[in-house]
Design a binder for this molecule. Structure first.
Ligand SMILES: [Zn+2]
Length: 574
């Protein structure tokens, strides 16, 4: 699942509790332990035709292993991850449906890194990168030029009562004091600052380690097309650099005060960083219908290595779990006094729980985001579904199209690329089932959680029939899920309908079903690991996906689209 906003700027600062002591990983064993915590490392037996918790565990401990380095699109770790998927579908005998008879559809990513030798000149004084200022990474666009641009003081970040007008900000280098909103500055298209040449946020006397780390982080993104929009770069600058730019200290300065003119430009080093979707087909058995496809997808990528360095895994996991419960409020309803008291108790429990973990083992510093749930769970579940179809005695009438998308975490870029450049006719895809984060959902993960918990999103947004089919198929399962439609509501603030790959299909009028066991405390943390996954729960999601795809593939007609189709080039609306 991608983060809520497309371009978050600045790094989330988490207290880092490092230790040089590393506990040895537990040795692998052949079967799932009957009780107690799951192992940190594990090597399972070979997989079989049935969609099983055992097979999923075997696969996920491979797919979410440290050796894949967090599977960031455009890195070698993600190339290894996609090589694993392709190797698996080759063994299953699926038909390659990527480029040139391979399982891979190459997606032209670049790596763009801020050039550390960049300097700017203001009034004859030199400002040096990584000393006086640093640029935050950004994606999907070209950086706006700041050569010859005048600085202007824009007040305090997030203080909308005292801010520049669009007219004052446009074409300027806007300098902002950090204020309260410093951790998550975002400037959307509606912001008066959206026309700025660049935005510089005053970090303090010096740049922080987080800001320096953020500046060293490469952006991995689609190569901008000719004529791509140019966006304002966000800079972190020191107080002295701000005084240079504004010609005086910003303390007490009136909003809108103009300053000096900048000479020089922000330089970036850009290299090719190819990445790839994995695409495979199980051919349908009906000669009349095999030219149509039921698509099943997950995303193969994750968010890579933690830029700000290692954190203590066990304390972070406990903290994340309690924090999630303490802040979770899916409907936005006002909390009762009892709920508030429960939240206090949960936060108080963090220390007690940590002490009991400390008694078991020393701190484990961890910096790799393994993405076991996001979306290792979806990736290996789709592999299990593919294995069940490939080894099954009876094949569905329509073909099944399996796509493991890259670059989901970069803003759904792999699924956008695939649906813009489909390797089968786009109109031949009759439905898409997407799964992203299907390995949690227990009562320990979220308040509504249970062994029957599953969120469903988008299933009736284009086709009432498809939504009804998802319900009907679920009722036939051995243990039906209690579907949670909360996150499907129009305008829901979590914006889940727009946050995973299914939307890229829906924008072309292809009916979708999105299934997830939901967000949790380990989302986008180094603690999203295979040891916390609920494998039997995930296996039941896999069985539902298989049965739903099978049902749709055997229909004597395409699922009827009875709702308006979105504009494929428009913005997604939850
Ligand atoms: Zn994600």
């Amino acid at each position: 699942m991608r983060v809520r906003m497309l371009v978050p700027v600045g790094a989330l600062a988490l207290a880092s509790a490092c230790s040089s002591t590393q506990a040895p990983a537990s040795a692998g064993s052949a079967a799932i332990p009957a009780s107690g915590p799951l192992p940190l490392k594990y090597t399972g037996p070979a997989t079989s035709a049935a969609i099983s918790a055992q097979d999923l565990m075997t696969r996920l401990y491979v797919y979410a292993d440290d050796s894949l380095q967090g599977r960031e699109a455009g890195t070698i770790g993600h190339m290894k991850a996609t090589a694993y998927i392709a190797d698996q579908v080759r063994r299953l005998g699926l038909v390659p449906a990527g480029d040139n008879g391979t399982y891979f559809q190459n997606v032209p990513f670049i790596s763009r890194r801020f050039d550390p030798t960049t300097t700017l000149t203001v009034d004859g004084a030199t400002l040096a990168a990584f000393t006086d200022f640093v640029a935050s990474p950004f994606r999907g666009a070209l950086p706006r030029s700041i050569e010859g641009v005048q600085a202007v003081y824009g007040g305090e970040l997030g203080d909308t009562a005292h801010q520049l007008t669009a007219e004052q900000a446009t074409g300027k280098l806007v300098v902002l004091s950090a204020g309260e909103g410093r951790r998550f500055p975002r400037f959307g298209a509606n912001s008066p600052l959206s026309g700025a040449a660049a935005i510089a946020i005053i970090a303090g006397p010096q740049l922080t380690p987080q800001e320096l780390a953020s500046g060293r982080t490469a952006s991995l993104t689609l190569r901008p097309e000719a004529g791509a929009p140019a966006v304002p770069v966000t800079l972190s600058i020191t107080e002295s650099a701000a005084a240079r730019l504004l010609g005086a200290s910003p303390n007490g300065m009136a909003v809108g005060t103009t300053g000096r003119t900048v000479q020089g430009s922000l330089r970036y080093v850009t290299t090719d960083a190819p990445t790839r979707n994995v695409v495979a087909i199980l051919p349908g058995s009906d000669p009349r219908l095999k030219g149509e496809y039921v698509a099943i997808g997950a995303h193969s990528d994750h968010i890579g290595i933690r830029a700000a360095g290692p954190v203590d895994h066990d304390s972070l996991h406990l903290y994340n779990q309690q924090r999630y419960f303490a802040t979770e409020n899916p409907t936005g309803a006002r909390l009762t006094p009892e709920q508030v008291e429960q939240q206090r108790a949960r936060l108080a429990a963090i220390r007690v729980n940590l002490d009991s973990v400390r008694a078991l083992r020393a701190p484990r510093p961890d910096s790799i985001n393994n993405g076991a749930d996001d979306d290792g769970s979806g990736t290996v579940t789709v592999l299990e579904v593919a294995e069940a179809f490939a080894k099954g005695a009876v094949k569905p009438k329509r073909s099944i199209l399996f796509v493991w998308h890259t670059g989901e975490e970069k803003g759904l870029l792999g699924s956008r690329y695939f649906t813009d450049n489909p390797t089968v006719p786009r109109d031949s895809i009759v439905a898409q089932i997407n799964i992203d984060m299907v390995g949690r959902g227990a009562a320990t993960d979220l308040r509504a959680g249970s062994e029957r918990y599953l969120q469903i999103v988008g299933s009736r947004r284009l086709s009432t029939e498809l939504g009804d089919l998802a319900e009907a198929v679920n009722r036939t399962e051995a243990m039906p899920f209690a579907f949670d439609y909360t996150y499907d509501a129009n305008g829901h603030p979590e914006n889940i309908y727009c946050r995973s790959d299914h939307y890229e299909y829906a924008r072309w009028g292809i009916p979708v079903v999105f299934l997830t066991t939901g967000l949790h405390g380990d989302y986008h943390q180094v603690t999203d690991e295979p040891q916390y996954i609920d494998y039997p729960h995930m296996a039941r999601v896999g069985k539902l996906v298989f049965d739903l795809a099978d049902r749709v593939a055997d229909l004597d007609h395409r699922p009827v689209v009875d709702k308006p189709k979105p504009d494929p080039r428009g913005a997604c609306r939850q």
